[in-house]
Design a binder for this molecule. Structure first.
Ligand code: FAD
Length: 481
């Protein structure tokens, strides 16, 4: 039976999309892996409007799927196929409420994009360091709900570490104002930290107070050839010692990744004459200016070359070179996607175990699934690898490749677990990793998580079937890109 939305239309001042064409973009995720259905899409333009929607949903026992930029990679923002839930889009929560350059904080509503926050901070001579390839579209609400990471976690931390306070609408539709710009606040349970990383399953984040930092005077990047992941780790240790807090990114890239980017991105140019099995992209930010940053990197590289941790390197000497070296790293996902279907693993490991993990897992995959290509890259500096798999270079039927997804996931994730790692470093669980996470979490941890869900959302109306199991609400598996 179709629910009567008349009350909802009348009770909040925002926009309610009901027309099939208007609703369609909210029903499929970024990777086009899941498609669901929804009663409607509500787009409130104030926190009070969000509260009105959630009160209506609570009274009518209607499930709510919060959605920001819809760039999430785990299916968390896609409604289930039954079509009984309401999508709550934060697209119209668009205000930057305050910016305090001395206190180094910015207060923004949930639907402001990450790029807009970065730009507002830069305009005030400050840095908001969260940075990821979807920043033009993803929202601060989504970044916090997934505890997003990106390329500067090594120096500044992930979204959780960049957030001081939150404003949240609870599952019952109450507005909690926790927008405190405090760096110290020991007054009981950290409710903020329950909502961060909860993927819309506990409440709707409507605004946040975020930390800002001084803008660095200069940033220089080096693209360094290294013989192995073990050598990359030795270079990381050396860089941490010599550059300390000026080291702002340390990314690992395999030769396979570089070849894919060369093949699919017209503007991509190899920065080094000779190929190498692995590369590191390292970024230095300096308050002392460009020549100080370049000199620090050159001194580091001289020691690394001498010790055999590196064999060659190219340094950026202009903004254009800085961008084109970074593009070699940022264009990997898209280039891999251009080759056909992919099996992705967003894993975290204790940093020192990464070389051994790569050796053993590469060998096990080659033994059990010969011919597949490994596309391995990631944020080595914070122990986060994107350990991805592509079909053989000669091609493979899509259905045959996707049939391997479950056994490959099992092999990779068992290896991650054995190494003391995590099967989701920064993309969250959504529906993609929900059931697998249950395999690797202890009974105690699962019970505590269920108890929090029960306490904050007793009717299970907030994004049901995401993060925690509820098998009858799994979205439809549409297609893999
Ligand atoms: P959505 O996709 O809309 O939602 C994601 C989850 O958050 C869903 O569960 C949703 O219900 C919930 N949610 C959204 N808004 C709210 C809210 N206001 N209150 C409560 N719950 C909410 N991620 C990284 O961590 N690091 C990367 O380097 C990275 N790179 C990416 C590159 C590309 C090209 C793409 C497409 C994605 C990448 N991602 C990365 C993943 C994605 O961008 C992040 O997860 C981002 O934080 C999601 O923000 P969003 O606004 O798009 O959220």
């Amino acid at each position: 039976m179709r629910l009567d939305l008349t009350d909802l239309r009348a009770t909040f001042a925002g926009r309610l999309l009901e027309d099939a064409d208007a609703v369609a973009p909210f029903l499929t995720d970024w990777r086009r892996k899941w498609t669901g259905r929804a009663l409607a899409v509500a787009q409130p333009d104030t926190a009070e409007g969000v509260a009105a929607v959630l009160r209506w949903c609570h009274a009518n026992r209607v499930a709510v799927v919060p959605q920001g930029g819809n760039t999430g990679l785990s299916g968390g923002a896609t409604p289930a196929v039954e079509g009984r839930s309401l999508v709550l889009s934060t697209a119209r929560l668009q205000r930057i409420r305050a910016l305090d350059p001395v206190g180094q904080t910015i207060t923004v509503e949930a639907g402001v994009t990450l790029q807009q926050v970065q730009d507002a901070a830069r305009h005030a001579g400050r840095l908001f360091p969260l940075s990821l390839a979807a920043q033009g579209t993803c929202t601060i609400g989504g970044n916090l709900a997934t505890n997003a990471g990106g390329v500067q976690v090594l120096r500044y931390g992930n979204a959780r570490e960049l957030c001081l306070g939150l404003e949240v609408v609870t599952a019952e539709g109450e507005l909690w104002n926790g927008l405190r710009p405090l760096r110290k606040d020991n007054t009981g349970y950290a409710l903020r930290d329950l909502y961060i990383g909860s993927e819309g399953t506990l409440g709707v984040i409507t605004a946040a107070v975020l930390k800002l930092f001084p803008l660095p005077a200069a940033q220089v990047v080096a693209f360094v050839a290294v013989p192995s992941p073990a050598a990359a780790l030795a270079l990381l240790s050396l860089a941490q010692q010599r550059l300390a807090a000026d080291l702002t990114a340390f990314e690992l890239v395999s030769e396979t990744c570089l070849q894919l980017v060369e093949q699919h991105v017209d503007a991509a140019r190899r920065p080094l004459a000779e190929p190498s099995p692995w590369y590191v992209l390292l970024e230095v930010s300096s308050a002392q200016g460009e020549s100080a940053a370049s000199e620090a990197i050159e001194a580091l590289l001289a020691v690394a070359l001498e010790a055999g941790h590196a064999s060659d390197a190219a340094l950026s000497a202009s903004v254009a070179q800085f961008r084109s070296l970074w593009a070699l790293r940022e264009d990997i996902s898209e280039s891999q996607g251009a080759e056909g279907p992919t099996i992705k693993h967003d894993i975290a490991l204790p940093i020192t175990r990464i070389p051994d993990f790569i050796d053993r897992t590469d060998a096990a995959l080659a033994r059990h699934f010969p011919g597949l290509r490994l596309v391995v890259f990631g944020h080595l500096g914070d122990g986060n690898l994107h350990y991805n798999v592509s079909p053989p270079a000669g091609g493979m039927a899509k259905a045959d490749f996707l049939a391997l997804e479950a056994p490959i996931n099992r092999l990779v994730h068992d290896a991650v677990d054995a190494a003391g790692g995590s099967i989701s470093a920064e993309h969250g669980l959504g529906v993609l990793r929900r059931d697998e996470a249950a395999r690797y979490k202890s009974a105690v941890e699962q019970r505590l998580m269920q108890a929090i869900k029960q306490a904050l959302d007793p009717l299970n109306l907030m994004n049901p079937g995401k993060l925690l199991s509820a098998p009858d609400t799994i979205p439809h598996h549409a297609s893999e890109t």
